[in-house]
Design a protein. Structure first.
Length: 675
């Protein structure tokens, strides 16, 4: 048997149980035990299947890729099997070319992995070298970035109101972040976002069409020499358009009055919006058109009422008109381009994993059409390559199909060389009268940027629901026995007791308040748009007559309205007070001599700001509210992003203690976490 000589910092295989692959470690110390035996301290590496990613067939990660840990323990020297050569590289160096060039290694490592919050972080040098590296990166980008007035965000694959509110609170950490683009298939959610966020370009289309549009838009920008490309020749004859700059619009030269002439291009879409709209309303009897790029045309001699959507292939002789539209759109950033977006956030629809879905595909969840939006979301991240990404979903993503969808999401981020961190946050822990636990996944490219933290709770709450045992370490909370004083639990009365009384037939979209706010929550939620912390407004002008929007119930039919009216207006009044229910020994049972009474489910309000106006029928408004990220949670996440973006955290602690009084504060820097 060949002898091995081991030294400090050597990498090695370690004996494992029979039938298992050997473990992998780095030797960080050697010593003799009090029993006279020789020992070594091993700092362990994780293989991909040993992490939260698990054995995801859909995620193609190299078998030679391992992740360093902070787990160190002592072992007998005789457990070592043989020496290894593990290539330690940074995420910036982790390219296919680099890996292929480095042939003399057994494994390579570019990240550390921590069990708490399932965190993947880039390997970091010592603090001095890290500081110098960040300064160098910032210096290289200084000339380019100093011309930018703000950082950009795109809200993708979401009910629009789900993830947009959080970006504004990043300003409280000194970062100006603007939601420039958003996409949603629900037209009412799009209307709500357009009204409440004037700065955002909102597109009412599927995420798949949106991604296809972005790819075609990049091709157009390359064709017209607005964007560099390693192989521009492939875009020379794009859509039948030549690259000759002297090519004239043949449509303009035609004097035939029977031929329409293009005046200008005013819009762009993947697929014909009119046809897609007709299919949604089930009014179209036309055949399904071939997917492709469409341009909205304003015709010479006609008004905007005569605008039409035309396939771009049929407009190849209008190159100059198309060029003018693309140049103007490129300058005004009508659509995002790769590396031109700082943050992508979203919440892929959860219908495919929700416990309310009795037809979930638990065998092959990624084959379920209801779950395909998760793939699309990750494809959008892959295409745009933002600095940061934040994904939200229901906790069932960790319970369903052995957590395969959450594992897939993390695996895709790591595959794309994103650092990632996964946490569970309860809305009630941030000042709401509801529990509402949600799953959040941070992603961060390592270009001198740190992985954002999860903000610790500001309020006490009653824990509810079931958290899978494997993910108990992902719940964002203080340790037991902490000394931090949290705000008191909020109950429904703390939230809605100041609202005007309404009846079942209330139809007003807006109304004045009829009483003053009582609780701190009510005072805060009544603040106008310009008064909210983080709004960016220099002068705060309080509205003389604040208006309350969307304070009306879902109109119940006569029977349901009557049943609800049976609930007495008293403390702890509930279904037990209904006629027909009798109780003995605290047991409630139906009185067999009286008819049964049933009630539908209802949702607790989320506390959107009172100025926020929703669009659509009442049921659609409920859907928007139910799909939304709770605003206090969103604001806390936005604050954490702002700190990470500016380098106020080194990523060593996954948790952040929010400043006292958050979110009712202005531009406060963080305090050290007591966690």
């Amino acid at each position: 048997m060949r002898a091995h000589i081991y030294e400090l910092n050597d990498d090695a295989y370690v004996h494992a149980a029979e039938g298992e692959d050997p473990h992998i470690c780095k030797i960080v110390e050697m010593f003799e035990g009090i029993d006279g035996k020789l020992y070594y301290a091993a700092q362990w590496f994780y293989r991909v299947p040993d992490t939260v990613i698990g054995t995801q067939e859909e995620v193609k990660l190299s078998k030679k890729r391992v992740f360093f840990s902070n787990v160190i323990d002592a072992n007998e020297l005789i457990t070592l099997v043989k020496k290894l050569n593990i290539l330690m590289i940074t995420l910036n160096e982790n390219t296919e070319e680099t890996i292929v060039a480095m042939t003399n290694f057994d494994y390579y490592c570019d990240m550390t992995y921590h069990l708490h919050y399932s965190t993947f972080e880039a390997l970091k040098p010592n603090k001095l070298l890290l500081y110098q590296m960040i300064k160098k990166v910032l210096k290289l980008h200084e000339l380019k970035e100093q011309k930018r007035h703000c950082w950009t965000c795109i809200v993708a694959v979401v009910p629009c109101v789900r993830a947009c509110a959080w970006v504004h609170t990043a300003q409280q950490a000194g970062l100006k972040l603007v939601t420039k683009w958003a996409v949603d298939l629900n037209k009412y959610a799009c209307e709500s976002l357009k009204y409440n966020h004037k700065e955002t370009r909102v597109r009412n289309e599927s995420a798949e069409d949106f991604l296809s549009l972005l790819k075609e838009w990049e091709k157009l920008c390359i064709h017209f020499s607005l964007r560099e490309c390693q192989n521009p020749e492939k875009y020379v004859n794009l859509y039948g358009m030549t690259s000759d700059e002297d090519d004239e619009d043949r449509g303009e030269e035609c004097d035939n009055k029977d031929v329409f002439t293009v005046k200008k291009i005013i819009g762009i879409s993947f697929g014909n919006p009119e046809t897609k709209k007709a299919r949604k309303t089930k009014k179209s009897k036309t055949k399904i058109e071939k997917p492709g790029l469409y341009l909205k045309v304003r015709w010479l001699g006609y008004t905007k009422d005569d605008d039409t959507w035309e396939p771009i292939e049929g407009l190849s002789n209008c190159r100059e008109r198309i060029k003018a539209f693309v140049k103007k759109g490129y300058k005004s950033s009508i659509l995002p381009l790769p590396v031109g977006v700082d943050v992508v956030c979203g919440g892929p629809p959860c219908q495919g994993i929700s416990g309310f879905n009795r037809f979930r595909n638990s065998e092959n969840p990624l084959e379920d059409e209801k779950n395909k939006q998760l793939l699309v979301y990750m494809d959008i991240v892959k295409f745009l390559k933002p600095k940061y990404t934040l994904m939200e979903n229901v906790v069932d993503i960790l319970k369903f199909a052995e957590c395969s969808l959450a594992r897939y999401a993390v695996g895709r981020l790591v595959q794309m060389n994103y650092q990632s961190r996964m946490g569970l946050m309860a809305a009630g822990a941030y000042g709401l009268a509801q529990f509402r636990m949600r799953f959040f996944l941070w992603g961060a490219l390592y270009r001198g940027k740190m992985l954002p933290q999860f903000p610790l709770p500001t309020h006490d709450l009653v824990m509810r629901g079931y958290i899978p045992k494997d993910f108990e370490n992902n719940v964002v909370a203080y340790n037991e026995g902490h000394t931090v004083k949290l705000g008191e639990k909020l109950f429904l009365a703390d939230v809605i007791s100041d609202l005007p009384a309404v009846t079942n037939d209330e139809t007003r979209e807006a109304m004045p308040y009829d009483k003053d706010p009582i609780t701190e929550f009510q005072k805060f939620i009544r603040l106008g748009r310009e008064e909210l912390p983080g709004s960016g407004s220099v002068t705060k002008s309080k509205s003389k007559k604040p208006i309350l929007y969307d304070h009306h119930p879902l109109n119940l039919n006569t029977g349901d309205s009557k049943r609800v009216s049976y609930v007495p207006k008293k403390k702890k009044g509930n279904f037990r007070d209904f006629p027909g229910l009798i109780g003995s020994n605290k047991i409630v049972e139906f009185d067999p001599d009286l008819p049964k009474i049933y009630l539908d489910e209802f949702n607790t309000p989320l506390g959107f700001p009172d100025y926020y106006k929703l669009f659509g029928p009442t049921r659609e408004k409920y859907t928007q509210v139910g799909n939304a990220v709770a605003v206090p949670v969103a604001r806390a996440l936005g604050y954490a992003l702002g700190l990470a973006f500016q380098g106020f955290t080194d990523g060593s602690n996954p948790l952040l203690a929010l400043p006292e009084g958050f979110p009712n504060l202005r531009n406060n820097l963080p305090k050290e976490s007591s966690q």
